[in-house]
Design a protein around this ligand. Structure first.
Ligand code: MG
Length: 363
């Protein structure tokens, strides 16, 4: 199974509700799709969103990185040389993590098709069913409460509540959402780098003193503020999860050794794909640190890959935040993983199981 061509396309899928965080508001998933063709006729699919405010990747930068820097090094290479291919992708240039992720997803799709197994089984196997939380965007309190109640009614047992706008109002948001869903759903808080370290300690203390149990607080401070993260970690009981502070394996080792975070949020778009995400899960399991498998605003192709990985690495990945596809108005692919509200069911067909990509615009 030799790589004969790498093509790019784009997909645009409108969201059911606008996605609002401390950093941005988005109405649709607009992602790059990677299509790797082989001499055996097998096709591998990958996907990446241009999340410039987090990874620095734009649609233009991903296109350039793949077509002009990485593709020429991969043409003619046999898919069975998986380690070599991942090494080429990772070493072709620095950064550009989402472009690398899209390519690696397509390569792993092909590799697992080659061994004739669904990706999670090719990676060692795991459960075929996962449960995800759902994001409650930061908004007016009434809107957040009604979104939270709707989510609980739809069967979600964990809500990822976005805050990080204004600390006083954020505390009121948490209290109101908690009052509405108490006893029915667990709350994870994602401040998306919106607070300072001192504000965070104060906010978490206030929330803890109000008798509200939070499952975790994600990335309260700026991604590069590891000291701030440690300051919080040392002063609160609520588990702290690193998201933007943790991209690759080296940062994860540093965070764990400095005791600055309880949980690591792994996203393929930050790690540069599956190979480094596997390394992170393995590092975390050595140290007994839990991970969450997360995603950006991605549709079913790349989130399927994340779900397969979460299943195969469930010894470390205990939490799943893969709600990208259910935030979309319709699926971007035929075949593959099924995303139904909080239930994720992995395909038993080889690879990622993608039959076709809907509404693909080839570049
Ligand atoms: Mg986050």
């Amino acid at each position: 199974m030799k790589i004969t061509d790498i093509k790019l396309g784009t997909i645009k899928v409108p969201l059911i509700t606008p996605f609002k965080t401390a950093l941005r508001t988005v109405d649709a998933v607009e992602d790059l799709v990677v299509i790797i063709e082989t001499d055996s006729g097998h096709i591998g699919y990958g996907e990446a969103p241009p999340t410039s405010v987090i990874t620095g990747d734009t649609m233009g930068s991903m296109k350039e990185a793949i077509l002009y820097h990485i593709k020429p090094r991969l043409l003619g290479v046999e898919i069975e040389n998986l380690n070599y291919i991942c090494n080429v992708i990772q070493k072709a240039m620095v950064n550009n993590f989402s472009a690398k992720a899209a390519l690696e997803i397509a390569v792993y799709d092909l590799w697992s098709q080659m061994v004739n197994l669904p990706l999670y089984k090719a990676l060692g196997g795991g459960e075929s069913k996962l449960t995800t939380d759902i994001t409650i965007s930061v908004d007016y309190i009434d809107k957040m409460v009604s979104d939270a109640v709707t989510a609980v009614d739809a069967g979600y047992e964990t809500l990822k509540v976005k805050v990080g706008k204004d600390i006083g109002l954020d505390i009121e948001r948490v209290k109101a959402v908690h009052a509405a869903v108490d006893g029915k759903a667990l709350i994870r808080l994602d401040a998306n780098q919106g607070w300072t370290a001192k504000e965070t300690v104060k906010a978490i203390n206030t929330i803890e003193n109000a008798g509200i149990h939070l499952e975790l607080v994600e990335q309260p401070v700026k991604g590069d503020d590891i000291q701030g993260l440690k300051y919080i970690y040392d002063r609160v009981n609520t588990p702290i999860m690193a998201d933007e502070s943790s991209f690759g394996p080296r940062q994860v080792i540093e965070l764990i050794q400095q005791q600055a975070a309880d949980i690591i949020n792994i996203k393929l778009m930050k790690t540069g794909g599956i190979s480094k995400a596997i390394q992170i899960a393995d590092i975390a399991s050595i140290y007994g640190v839990e991970c969450m498998m997360g995603c950006m605003l991605e549709s079913s192709i790349s989130v399927s890959a994340a779900a397969h990985l979460a299943s195969a690495k469930s010894n470390a990945i205990k939490k799943v935040d893969l709600d990208g596809p259910v935030l979309c108005q319709y699926p971007s692919i035929k075949g593959g993983v099924i995303f139904e509200q909080s239930d994720i069911t992995l395909n038993d067909t080889p690879g990622l199981g993608v039959i076709s990509v809907e509404n693909l615009t080839l570049l």
